[in-house]
Design a protein around this ligand. Sequence first.
Ligand code: GDP
Ligand code: IMO
Ligand code: MG
Length: 429
Amino acid sequence: MPATVIIGGQWGDEGKGKITDALAAQADMVVRPNGSTNAGHTVVTDQGVFKFHLVPSGVLHPACDCVIGAGVAVDPAQLLDEITALQARGVDLSRLYLSDRANVILPYHPALDRAEEQRRGTQSIGTTLRGNGPAYSDKVGRRGIRIADLLDESALVERLRLVLPEKNLLLASLYGEETFDAAALAERYAALGERLAPLVVQAEVLVQDALAAGKRVIVESAQATMLDVDYGTYPYVTSSMPTAAGACQGAGIGPTQVDTVIAVYKAYTTRVGGGPFPTELHDAIGQLLRDRGQEYGTTTGRPRRTGWFDAVAGRYAARLNGVTEVAVTKLDVLDALEEVRICVGYRLDGTPIDAPPSVAAVYERVEPVYEVLPGWREDTSQATSVDELPLNARRYLDRIAELLCVPVTMVGVGPQRRQLLHRTAGAAV
Ligand code: GDP
Ligand code: IMO
Ligand code: MG
């Protein structure tokens, strides 16, 4: 049974958590392949609002195994806090597994994240300050500590003795920050490792066994294509690979084992942090989107930047990921508008271009070309099928599908589970 990959098609917070939760009802396993506690995935049920950071969004379905894959960077204390908070709300976490190959976020990672952001000054990335970038830098620099290393304190202290002199030098000399002691850190993290030990598995083997047994596996990516370290708005990106290919890598799945790639897009665009955003609105409509969409970061609470749907960046993402289906969320947020715009092209110094430029400073200069569509000025939040949506809303969705060259198979009209409308691929919107 091939796997399904869920990715973000924009700059994050598209509603991947909600879509994962919806599909997890029919799945046997959800795997998180990338990112760290920089992610915040929201699921709203009758029990209230759940904000997941490391735990996969399938965890509310008791029959679903949830796996934190090798590609994730894990802050052990934050994971334990998340588990404890979920348990306190009655969520069963007995089917949660953690890869022994996942890299660990240690306290020097957030310390360096903060210090590096300060040093960047006006060129700061606007990271989530969770230590994500420094942890992934250590991973590819082969200086990382992995979950398996926490399970052997004497090996851990040796590893830290190798790594820490460089960190301490940077922290003390360049940034004037506090340094860390290898033995103390090893003791603290071995204790955290002991608490996590019951969850630790060879996750890629678990995932492959599930696929071999014909189980339905979903890979729930964090972040989004335009934040990808290769294809996003570098350097205003995250440090892992939120593409479908990156999701395969992080989950331990080969590309031939995937048959469905669902990209999640908001019906408009948001972004948190710095970097190019051609369709950004600084006016009353931008504020309306922020207010109606409650566009404040799930992880950091920061106000999200808002703007029109960008079909150029959207199509770029759809192609890069080999997207087979699109979920459009938050259509209801646009209900109040008299007209809606879609960016259908970019102009750079007056010349049309059809893909995001590779250099952020050049991307900043791009001018969006808009198509204006009539709004629908009707409440869509109570719709129970796509057919019940106002004609102009269906036209808007049709146009998005046409521009992305991918069918829209799911439409979100509110945060609740029931506010997700399904349609089969191939049918007109
Ligand atoms: P993720 O990071 O991609 O999982 O997305 P987030 O959870 O960070 O942000 C999406 C936000 O939009 C959450 O607060 C969701 O509850 C909310 N949401 C998801 N789908 C819809 C929708 O269709 N309409 C509305 N109004 N809110 C939605
Ligand atoms: P989910 O999975 C939105 C952004 C940060 C910053 C940049 C780098 O909830 O969609 P980092 O802390 O990763 O080094 O920050 O990436 N960013 C996100 N934006 N949603 C996310 O995750 C994000 N994860 C990171 O705001 O601009
Ligand atoms: Mg989010």
